[in-house]
Design a binder for this molecule. Structure first.
Ligand SMILES: [Fe+2]
Length: 430
């Protein structure tokens, strides 16, 4: 990079200053998450759905380089053009790419070289945000904000994928030491009733960043319903297991039952039994299962089977959003440092709506009425995944603070369970 011409800096413009600060904060948070990892932790890939930390770190960097610097920053030079092939995730419009299941084979570039790539793009992005023409910058704000939100999504993925990797190791390595949470006893769930009628869900545009799939805002028809005051706990899940939950087909969807049989599931992912006591692999290594904390690492199929066993059902995403409206979108997210779901506070109102575990809904991830993907490569961000996946709501214990909101729609295939996903029950109301 050439030295920055100080006369060209215009950080006095509030939007420019905000973007610079946010860029530094997001990039710094990713670096902080991987600071204590050894290079050996950052290279292997434990399954095709998970990616090495090194790949995530390079890919979020590639996103800024590909969508902002190469098209819009005059004179920007990629550090190595092959990185565009290695670190493209799924953007067909951008070109061919390294096969996803083989990301763990990329011992080169080395971890040090990936950090050098990161530094190169950080310097170029900072200079770009400081010097870009006002009108150009204003046009690019939505894309820059997408880059921030994208990197935050990958921060959560880094931890999910690392847990899956560490869970393959009999040493049960701890990513961070166990951080004690307040000792709490989960109170029996209470039921919160919501009226039926025509309601509206989806994000308003023009009120801060949202992903494209969160809109348009539109009418839905709700029947009266009730939502549980907290998430399903590990203690309740043990009762499901003890009652033959995993061996009784009457609770299961057909695809779910086939998956249970094929995979031999007998408990949530990461649970093992040791002398009759359940333990679970966590980001703090192997830990006793806390009966009062929300159950975690269960698939949609398991969530649905549990609900049927309990005589309840999963909420629709419209019901969930109706209930979450007006609540402050904060809770046990990344910033608490627990890195695991913890027992709910006892109090009035709905607990754990944000943070702790992503909550499976019974809604397929499909376009809202009037949804149109953006033109160009970033139109591939969400829209092309709208088949065969289910919506989850509310964020989890590894979601960056401030990343989720009531309209936020996460989505996974119904048999997946390596993300921090749990269950909140619903039922019809009179
Ligand atoms: Fe990505």
């Amino acid at each position: 990079m050439s030295p920055v011409d100080v006369a060209s800096l215009r950080p006095e413009i509030p939007e420019r200053r905000r973007l610079l600060q946010r860029f530094a904060a997001v990039r710094g948070q990713t670096a902080a998450l991987v600071r204590d990892l050894a290079p050996e932790d950052m290279v292997p890939q434990s399954m095709p759905d998970a990616s090495p930390a090194k790949w995530h770190i390079a890919h979020v960097t590639w996103f800024f380089e590909t969508f902002l610097l190469i098209p819009h920053a005059p004179g920007y030079r990629p550090i190595d053009p092959i990185y565009g092939f290695l670190f493209n995730s799924y953007y067909e419009a951008v070109g061919a790419r390294h096969p996803r299941p083989q990301r763990g084979l990329l011992t080169r570039p080395t971890v040090a070289e990936v950090f050098a790539y990161r530094a190169h793009v950080d310097a170029a992005m900072t200079r770009f945000l400081e010097t870009a023409d006002d009108a150009l910058l204003a046009d690019l704000v939505p894309l820059i904000e997408l880059g921030f939100a994208h990197e935050e999504q990958h921060q959560e993925l880094i931890l999910m994928d690392l847990l899956h990797l560490f869970a393959q190791n009999a040493m049960a390595p701890a990513y961070r030491p166990f951080r004690p949470a307040p000792a709490r006893t989960a109170a029996p769930a209470t039921w919160h009733r919501f009226d039926g009628g025509i309601d509206e869900i989806g994000a308003d545009t023009g009120r801060g960043f949202v992903f494209d799939c969160e809109g348009p805002r539109h009418d839905i028809l709700l029947r009266p319903f009730k939502l549980a005051s907290r998430c399903v706990t590990n203690g309740e899940w043990k009762a499901f297991i003890a009652d033959g939950g995993y061996t009784r087909p009457e609770f299961w969807l057909s695809d779910g039952w086939a998956t249970v049989q094929r995979e031999g599931w007998q408990a949530p992912l990461y649970w093992t039994q040791n002398d009759g006591a359940w333990q679970a692999m966590t980001l703090a290594g192997l830990q006793p299962v806390d009966d009062h904390a929300p159950v975690c690492h269960v698939s949609f199929f398991e969530a649905d089977a549990f609900a049927r066993w309990a005589g309840k059902r999963l909420p629709t995403e419209g019901e969930w959003e109706r209930a979450a409206r007006g609540l402050t979108p904060s809770g046990n997210t990344l910033g608490t440092g627990f890195l695991r779901p913890v027992a709910a506070e006892v109090g009035p109102g709905l607990q754990q709506m944000f943070g702790d575990v992503w909550e499976w809904t019974q809604s397929p991830f499909s376009p809202y009425p009037g949804f149109r993907p953006a033109q160009g490569a970033v139109g591939e961000y969400n829209g092309k995944f709208m088949s065969s996946q289910m919506v989850l709501r509310g964020g989890c214990c590894t979601t960056p603070d401030g990343h989720v909101r009531a309209s936020y729609r996460n989505f996974f295939y119904p048999a997946m369970r390596w993300m921090f996903a749990g269950v909140r029950l619903a039922e019809d109301a009179a």
